[in-house]
Design a binder for this molecule. Structure first.
Ligand code: ADP
Length: 350
């Protein structure tokens, strides 16, 4: 059941639509996805392409998505392994639905609320451990860092400053933190969900005030865990960080056909996603010294949670309508390159 010591897990999740291109996209229970343009040319070229993901999540419930994608990563974080779960894909493909869900009904809850539920259930059960949980919520827009929880009164001793002058800083032990990002101590699922909700509202209001679309930023919801065992036979102290990342829409520059602010946003997004890919590929080559983490705020902020000390999971969200086939192909190609990467997780024991 553990993902420790394995490669980057890659899942493909389809957004159910009335016009899902079943004639173009084929998926098999073993995780294989094939796209064939025999019936509709992509870029005026006929082609056929396929790759094998860990699993295709087509027409499956939010609960099943959580169990497949995040359950073992959450348990790993409680045991001291850093983890990152990322949703990647074009705008409208279901990244936010997968990561956060909707408020429509309980069963539409996404990975973050379910992770918080499981986390606090485990905290209650692990009576031999003292487990402390802090949350932070970071937004990266055009290479600028924003604290989505800066407006929340911080009752935590972990408050490390205001929103001004935020920057990613490297720590002596190899970890990274974001200077100026507030950390919030939470004692229950309910407290944690309130913060998530507050952060979501701030994301929407902030985007509205600045007249921009909230899908143009990367959002990292981080759960910081400290676990101290009371048992003398197994006295140990472990820390971990679980990043749940809703990446900005990956649609390519040409397609947006835009200028001004929208063009600038697209350039920043494309660059940071390309650096994310380069960083993960370099990690796979065991060239940790040469991993270009500092090239973008996104990879720098995730530095201690990609590869090495981390379980990394990518969900490729696809909007599988015929009109979107080029973006779908581009998302799946990104996912297939990630699938080849091997990482070597290790525990954060003190
Ligand atoms: P993105 O974050 O990639 O831009 P969203 O998550 O906002 O996309 O999804 C776009 C719309 O599609 C939303 O209304 C969302 O509720 C809906 N949606 C996406 N995926 C699913 C799904 N698997 N099941 C039901 N509705 C979905």
């Amino acid at each position: 059941m553990s993902v420790h010591g394995s490669d980057v897990k890659v899942f493909v999740r389809t957004r159910p639509t009335a016009h899902f291109a079943t004639d173009l996209i084929e998926y098999l229970p073993d995780g294989q996805v094939s796209i064939s343009s025999l019936k509709a040319a992509v870029n005026n070229q006929l082609f056929s392409w396929s790759f094998r993901s860990d699993r295709v999540l087509h027409d499956v419930s939010q609960e099943e998505v959580y169990e497949s994608v995040a359950h073992t990563v959450v348990l790993g974080a409680l045991d001291g392994y850093n983890g990152t779960v990322m949703c990647f894909g074009q705008t409208g493909s279901g990244k936010t639905y997968t990561m956060t869900g909707t408020n429509e009904s309980y069963r539409h809850r996404g990975i973050i609320p379910r992770a918080l539920q499981e986390l606090f259930r485990e905290v209650e059960q692990r009576v031999s451990h003292k487990i402390t949980v802090h949350l932070s919520y970071l937004e990266i827009y055009n290479e600028t860092l924003q604290d989505l929880l800066s407006s929340v009164r911080n009752i935590s001793s972990g408050d490390n400053g205001g929103p001004c002058g935020m920057s990613v800083v490297e720590e002596p032990g190899g970890g990274v933190s974001v200077r100026g990002l507030s950390l919030h101590l939470v004692h229950s699922e309910e407290e944690a969900l309130n913060l998530l909700f507050e952060g979501e509202m701030n994301r929407i209001i902030g985007a509205h005030c600045l007249n921009r679309n909230s899908s143009r930023s990367h959002c990292i919801f981080s759960i910081h865990i400290e676990s101290r065992s009371h048992m003398l036979s197994e006295a140990r102290y472990v820390t971990s960080k679980l990043n749940l990342v809703d990446l900005a829409g990956s649609e390519r520059l040409g397609k947006t056909g835009s200028e001004g602010q929208v063009l600038k946003e697209a350039m920043y997004i494309n660059k940071s996603l390309s650096f994310l890919e380069q960083a993960i590929l370099a990690l796979g080559d065991r060239r940790r010294d040469h991993v270009p983490f500092r090239q973008s705020k996104l990879t720098h902020a995730l530095k201690d949670s990609l590869g090495g000390n981390c379980n990394t999971v990518l969900v490729a969200n696809i909007y599988g309508e015929a009109a979107q086939i080029e973006e779908t192909l581009s998302t799946l190609r990104f996912a297939s390159r990630m699938k080849c990467v091997q990482t070597e997780p290790a525990i954060n024991e003190h």
